[in-house]
Design a protein around this ligand. Structure first.
Ligand SMILES: *Cc1c(COP(=O)(O)O)cnc(C)c1O
Length: 425
């Protein structure tokens, strides 16, 4: 299986003779064993298998295996949400006293997670512009830096990250690069090929793609050599007293240590498991991901072009538009398209934005993106309302900005709806 199209449809599960064609939903909290010794081996991580769904479930593992193949990683896990995925990815290698370097242009929830909640845990952050120079990026590192974080295409600012440059800087300072690849999905970008070490997803978005199930995923590239930086990562490189003294990096190697620790330790303690029902729904979405992404991108491009030629529109952000600030970078990292999300500002400001959104018939006002149905949002009054005007600008989401997530409806219908809503202003 080498084509992403084939992996979307068939990856992660190959039924044997007489077995279900579709992945089975293993709707069971627990698993039965003949002897206590059998189960003990699982608890000691000496044998592979299942004992309690809070840690692992076969349905989840099949879907995680598909996402792992799509991203070109060595191990992966599902989480209950994208928030849980990003928290686990960071907290798996950070502890009180650690420091993170993060792009300032990231999802509002992740910005809060890192800057407020993780700060309460004693984990500091330095935010850098996604457009910083290598020198500016290098200057953000400290002795206690343990991870670099960014989004391939930021939600909702739509900045495109120079993944290769961020990876080189991270590695020069002996730490991994974590990339949230939610918006492009592996269909349009595979960050591991550009040097990212860990990839995260809110599967709630394009992967599910139907607004049906909240979820997340973490994929490990298997490339980061934890033992070479053992002083920085005691959690991976010294015995875990809470797990019978296992040293993850020794026992599971570069390929498996990160996900095994996040499962055995963080999932055990925080319990952010995805339900097997949700994993099944997610897998239905994944089966058509490659087909849907093409239509999302076609509609995104058409809408961006229409808006950029409209007199009532002040500016449009879409990296597929020649002349967009991120056009060149997108040609490098996203040659086949970016995503269906377009953002723009109306010449009439906040008020015009409100009138426009109210008059859309197909495009619904929602705190959601990356859905088969078109939806839109004014981040300043919803997802990002906890930010000051200053922070909003810095994050690339000025108060008048509208984020439009183009669905997979007919292109002409979508343009017609937008046109009539603009006329209403
Ligand atoms: C939505 C989103 C998240 C959070 O995911 P949830 O599934 O809503 O918890 C994280 N990162 C990005 C880029 C997102 O778009």
């Amino acid at each position: 299986m080498t084509s992403l199209d084939t992996i979307c449809v068939q990856g992660g599960y190959t039924p044997g003779n007489g077995e279900p064609r579709q992945i089975p939903i293993v709707q069971s909290t627990t698993f039965k064993y003949d002897t206590s010794e059998d189960m003990g081996k699982l608890f000691d991580l000496e044998a592979e298998g299942y004992f309690y769904t809070r840690l692992q479930n076969p349905t989840n593992d099949m879907v995680a295996a598909k996402i792992c193949q799509l991203e070109g990683g060595t191990a992966a896990m599902l989480t209950s949400s994208g928030q849980a995925a990003n928290f686990f990815a960071l907290f798996n290698i950070c502890e009180c006293g650690s420091h993170i370097v993060a792009s300032s242009s990231i999802y509002g929830g992740t910005f809060n997670l890192i800057s407020v909640t993780m700060a309460k845990m004693g984990i500091d952050v330095t935010f850098v512009s996604p457009d910083c120079t290598r020198e500016e990026l290098d200057a953000a590192f400290q002795d206690n830096t343990r991870a670099v974080f960014g989004e391939t295409i930021a939600n909702p600012a739509l900045t495109v990250l120079d993944i290769e440059m961020f990876a080189e800087a991270a590695h020069a300072h002996g730490v991994p690069l974590i990339i949230d690849n939610t918006f492009p999905t592996p269909v349009n970008c595979r960050p591991i090929e550009w040097g990212a070490d860990i990839v995260t997803h809110s599967t709630t978005k394009y992967m599910d793609g139907h607004g049906a199930a909240v979820g997340g995923a973490i994929v490990d590239s298997g490339n980061f050599d934890w033992m070479a930086h053992a002083d920085k990562y005691p959690g991976l490189c010294t015995p875990d007293d809470s797990y019978h003294g296992v040293t993850y990096a020794e026992r599971f190697g570069k390929e498996g240590a990160f996900i095994t620790k996040a499962t055995a330790q963080l999932m055990r303690d925080f319990g952010c498991i995805q339900s097997p029902q949700h994993a099944f729904i997610l897998n239905l979405g994944l089966e058509s991901l490659h087909v849907r992404m093409a239509q999302h991108c076609k509609n995104g491009q058409a809408v961006a072009e229409f808006l950029s030629n409209h007199p009532k529109v002040a500016y449009v952000n879409y990296c597929g538009l020649p002349g967009d600030k991120y056009y060149e970078r997108a040609q490098k990292y996203l040659p086949n398209g970016s995503c269906g999300v377009v953002s723009f500002g109306l010449a009439g400001g906040r008020e015009a934005a409100s009138t426009f959104m109210q008059n859309l018939k197909m495009g619904a006002i929602e705190t959601h993106v990356a859905d088969a149905r078109t939806c839109c949002l004014n981040p300043a009054t919803s997802t990002h309302r906890q930010m000051t005007d200053e922070q909003l600008k810095e994050a690339g989401v000025p108060a008048e900005l509208i984020r439009m997530s183009c669905g997979i409806e007919g292109t002409e219908d979508l343009i017609a709806d937008i046109a009539q809503a603009l006329d209403a202003i």
